[in-house]
Each structure stands twice: as structure tokens, then as C-alpha cells.
Design a protein around this ligand. Structure first.
Ligand code: AMP
Ligand code: MG
Length: 434
């Protein structure tokens, strides 16, 4: 049975970035930039005042208390065609252009005014309080590189350079197919022996969280005809996720029907817990992920296998969450020979990350996921991991970006997965090795 790393290697080696499209800037939030962006012009555009005050020539202020005649006013957006004569100053607002023969701005707080004259109370340095053209960014400088995730800061920069339309990787449209005779849709009362199809709701939300577009299909019952019909619809999307019916039970037809529809199975079962059986295959360029039905297993397998693949399809360069070390609070028992993905709560105590299990995991209880903010990887061999042992963890939610800054974030032993389109795309993906 392949390990988690081997399974990721297979999956990430198969999926490739979707195409590129051009979208309005306001629709680009959360998307991945597909091309480098060069500065269209200098930033600042023109020399301008950093303060409300007076623009003048520093040579006129060599003595303390120099008094100059006020000959004009330049508001933001104002005109600077008239030069400022010797012994004169013009009132200027923050952001207003600097008259060509002025070389300093004196803030209003450092002046006094009387009878149309201004007295300069503080020493004046040449170039003070002026923002010079191009000192932030020069025309042609690369301000954003391909692969950048566009957040509000990037929107600001793109807007500043007049980019009303930007090239981004396409969003993945992902079909979600829940299978099982016992399922009812949300909104229907669950009669005896029935359960609500919560996996579809979870997956729709988890997909939206990563910027993908969910397409929820009707529940497929545990029969071949029904599965075939829904799967055919699902294979029209960029990716298909199925849940349940993937074991070897009497009614577990998912893998069989996918095979009939031409989905080439590349993985079946991965050596991790929880998870149960799970499968991965490709039909042409369309990946198909068959996840176990148990909601906790669905969450963990989505997180560990599906999320990285979809992020890669949507042009992300960092598809694996960063790992860091945390200390296990309690002794934890596990199945020897299998990596356990233990849902934990990470807290900082005395400068160390402490991982506390969030409940009894034997029964794969859903409530364990509510308290969890991270997954701890318990190594393959032992049957017990002692309290106080250091384990590799990655966050499930919370501020990952902040954690990346912290010491120890790359302290785990990594293995590089080379990607097939390495040269023109992202290079390698670093996964943790257990
Ligand atoms: P299975 O993989 O078909 O053996 O299902 C494993 C467990 O997950 C069973 O207890 C199912 O009732 C449950 N399950 C399957 N599909 C869903 C779903 N869509 N939402 C919530 N629970 C599910
Ligand atoms: Mg079932």
C-alpha cells in the first residue's frame, strides 16, 4: 500500500495547472496571478509633497527664521507651471506636485505666518519631505511575479498601475458526488436508518475556501445505473470527488463504475489512518478522487490529497501546508505500521507548540474536528507515541501565513516531489517524510 508521500507523488505528478484567463481586477481576489506584472510607470508618478506645508528652495533658508513671501497655493492635483521666485514659497498640500525649481517642503507645524509671509522655524535640508518620482518603483520593475496569490495588498498595487484586467489561472469547477442508499439531502427529515448528506455540504465549503467552484450532483444510490448517470455528469467538470462506496463491500460499486467509464485507477488505498479506502484515477486530464464516506475520513483525505491537487490545478505554488514541530501532550496509541493523521489543537505554551488530541479518534468522531486546528502526523512504526514527544504538525485552519514566519517551520525532514511541468511552472513540491 502506498504511503502518504507516495500517494501525493502520484497525484501531484498527474494533475497540471488549468488554463489562464483574464478577469476584472475586482474578480481577481484569491486567484493566482499567471504572468509577472511590470510597473507601467514610475511610482510615485511625479515628485510630490509628503506634507501639508510650504514648497521652497532650501538655499533661501540657510539662516534660522528666514521669512519668505507666499506667492501661491498648490492643492493635490494642482498645477505647477509657474516657477517659484527667489525669496518666495508656495503653500502646498500632501500629494501635490512640487514646482520644478523647489527642492524642499517645510511642514506647516514648523512655520508661522503673518501678512502674506511665512517664517521658517526649523533648519531646512535640501530634498526634505519630497517623495521623488520612481523612488518606490521604477517603470518596468517587476512588482508581482506569476504564482502570487492575489490578496487585498496585491489588488492595491495592480490598481495603482492601472491594471483593470489581470491574467489569472482558471478556477477549478469540481463536481461533488455523494453516494449511498442511506443518504437524504439537507432539509429532508432523516427517517430511521437514514443520515443527512453532510459530506456534500462540507466539500462545497472546503472547495470554496480554496477558491474552487463546487458543483453538487444529486445523491447517487448504491446501484450501477444511478452511479453511472451521475458520474457522467461529474466527469464534465475539471475534477470529480466522490464519497463512500469505495471499499470492497457488496454495494461498493464506485470504483467499478468509474473503470467502466474509462477512469484509469492510479491509486487504491493509502497507508494512513483515518481514511479507510480511497482511490484516485484520471480520465484524460480530469482527476477523480474517491473518498471514504465517514465524514472525518472525508475531511482528512480531502485535506491531505485533494486540496494540494486542486491548488496545483489553480496555479498555486505552495500546495502543501507548512509543517512544524509540536510536543504531544498525552501518550497516544496507534496502529503500528501506519501513519496516523491525528486531529489536534495546537496551543503556544511557554514558547513551545503543544499538541492536544481533540477526543477519542477510534470512532472517527465528528466532534473531534470542531476543536481541531491542526493535524499531527504520528510516525509509522510505533504503537505508542509518548507524552512529550515531538511530532510533525500542519495547521488545518488559523493563520498559516503567520506561522510560516516562525522559527522551526521548515524543521521537518522533507522530500522533494518534482513536478512534470517543472521548467515552466513551479519546480518542486516539498512534502514531509515519515
Ligand atoms: P461507506 O464508505 O459507504 O462504507 O460509508 C462509511 C460511513 O460514512 C457510513 O457510516 C455512512 O453512512 C457514512 N457516510 C457515507 N456518505 C456520507 C455522506 N455523504 N455524508 C455523511 N455521512 C456519510
Ligand atoms: Mg455505503
Amino acid at each position: 500500500m502506498p504511503s502518504l508521500v507516495e500517494a501525493l507523488q502520484i497525484i501531484l505528478g498527474k494533475v497540471t495547472p488549468l488554463g489562464v484567463e483574464r478577469v476584472d481586477l475586482h474578480s481577481a481576489l484569491g486567484r493566482v496571478l499567471a504572468k509577472d506584472v511590470a510597473a507601467t510607470w514610475d511610482m510615485p508618478h511625479y515628485d510630490n509633497s509628503a506634507r501639508d506645508g510650504f514648497a521652497l528652495r532650501s538655499a533661501d533658508c540657510t539662516v534660522q527664521g528666514a521669512t519668505l513671501r507666499i506667492t501661491g497655493f498648490i492643492p493635490a492635483g494642482g498645477n505647477v507651471s509657474t516657477p517659484v521666485l527667489g525669496g518666495c514659497a508656495v503653500r502646498i498640500m500632501t500629494g501635490a506636485p512640487i514646482p520644478h525649481n523647489c527642492d524642499a517642503v517645510v511642514p506647516v507645524e514648523e512655520t508661522t505666518e503673518a501678512d502674506g509671509h511665512v517664517t521658517i522655524m526649523a533648519p531646512v535640508r535640501c530634498r526634505q519631505h519630497i517623495r521623488f518620482q520612481g523612488e518606490d518603483v521604477a517603470t518596468g520593475d517587476i512588482v508581482l511575479t506569476a504564482g502570487t496569490v492575489i490578496q487585498s495588498q496585491e489588488i492595491s498595487v495592480l490598481a495603482s498601475f492601472g491594471k483593470a484586467v489581470v491574467p489569472v489561472y482558471q478556477k477549478a469547477r469540481v463536481a461533488v458526488l455523494s453516494t449511498g442508499d442511506e443518504l437524504v439531502e439537507l432539509g429532508e427529515p432523516p427517517a430511521a436508518g437514514r443520515i443527512i448528506n453532510s459530506n456534500a455540504q462540507y466539500l462545497a465549503a472546503a472547495l470554496r475556501e480554496i477558491g474552487a467552484e463546487p458543483v453538487i450532483l444529486c445523491i447517487a444510490r448504491d446501484n450501477r445505473e444511478n452511479l453511472r448517470e451521475q458520474m457522467l455528469a461529474g466527469l464534465k467538470a475539471d475534477a470529480l470527488i466522490t464519497t463512500a462506496g469505495v471499499s470492497a463491500g457488496d454495494r461498493d460499486f464506485v470504483r467499478g463504475v468509474l473503470a467502466e467509464l474509462g477512469v484509469r485507477q492510479l491509486l487504491w488505498k493509502v497507508d494512513i489512518k483515518p481514511g479507510g479506502p480511497k482511490a484516485f484515477g484520471m480520465k484524460g486530464g480530469t482527476p477523480v478522487f474517491s473518498l471514504p464516506g465517514n465524514p472525518v475520513s472525508t475531511m482528512i483525505t480531502f485535506e491531505e490529497f485533494v486540496r494540494p491537487a486542486l491548488l496545483r490545478m489553480m496555479g498555486h505554488r505552495r500546495v502543501i501546508r507548512p509543517y512544524f514541530k509540536a510536543t504531544l501532550r498525552e501518550e497516544t496509541h496507534k496502529k503500528p505500521g501506519t501513519v496516523h493523521c491525528l486531529s489536534v489543537r495546537i496551543e503556544m505554551e511557554n514558547g513551545r507548540y503543544i499538541a492536544t488530541t481533540t477526543g477519542d479518534h477510534k470512532a472517527c468522531r465528528l466532534r473531534t474536528m470542531l476543536r481541531a486546528n491542526a493535524v499531527a502526523m504520528l510516525p509509522q512504526e510505533p504503537s505508542v507515541v509518548a507524552a512529550g514527544e515531538e511530532v510533525d504538525v500542519h495547521l488545518l485552519r488559523g493563520d498559516v501565513a503567520m506561522l510560516e514566519e516562525l522559527e522551526g517551520i521548515e524543521s521537518c525532514e522533507h522530500e522533494d516531489i518534482a513536478l512534470p511541468d517543472e521548467e515552466n511552472f513551479g519546480g518542486k513540491v516539498r512534502v514531509v517524510k515519515w
